[in-house]
Ligand binder design. Sequence first.
Ligand SMILES: Cc1cc2nc3c(=O)[nH]c(=O)nc-3n(C[C@H](O)[C@H](O)[C@H](O)COP(=O)(O)O)c2cc1C
Length: 218
Amino acid sequence: MDKNEELIKVANRRYATKKFNPDKKISDKDWQTIMEVARLSPSSMGFAPWKFLLIENDDLKKELYDHAWGAQNSLDGADKFVIILAKKNVTPTSKYVQHISEDVQNHSFDPNSAFVAKLQDFQDNDFKLNDERTLFEWSARQTYIPLANMMDAAATLDIDSCPIEGFNREQVENILNKYNAIDLNEWGVSVMAGFGYRDQDITPKKRQPMDEIYKVIK
Ligand SMILES: Cc1cc2nc3c(=O)[nH]c(=O)nc-3n(C[C@H](O)[C@H](O)[C@H](O)COP(=O)(O)O)c2cc1C
């Protein structure tokens, strides 16, 4: 099988698993690989405005159950249950941007730099990220990139997954806060995912034909 065929095979093999086998566990090596793929994911400006919570606390999982209807299949049997947080208020002069610039990207941070001015202009004028909500959504959008990469990596390793938006954000945030798992001044819940091994057949893809979704503009 050539690389093109392999990629299509993995894309078909990944599916949103509705029934996991609770007895099958992901090896440490596989899980570390999936998390490393998440860590290496790209993000706008390289800010990586995310955090991954691996939920292993059974009481917390039980509390989530009634507030995360789309997660119940995963909570019932997925070996790993992950909640991805998105960073709030990623603004040019925030401590977070300063930390990423200095400690991760090894740039000296200067609030009067051309970079800060450019980012401010991008947020204010290009993308209109000008309030808490739009800034949070910008970060949350970035988190879907590692989410997708993790699911594809899992499928490559023959591991099943399910992405999850079926939850009440505020209630889930309050539960995480109760367990001291989140600082709500800094972070919000973006999306969740279960990873494990299926207890059902892989369902064939139902997708729009290519000519409905792909157009070449000349
Ligand atoms: C962002 C996102 C959120 C989703 N939320 C849920 C969910 O809460 N519960 C669930 O069972 N499936 C969820 N799904 C799975 C989709 O329903 C599924 O991916 C889609 O129907 C296509 O099927 P496939 O993934 O099996 O190819 C979600 C998918 C995405 C990408």
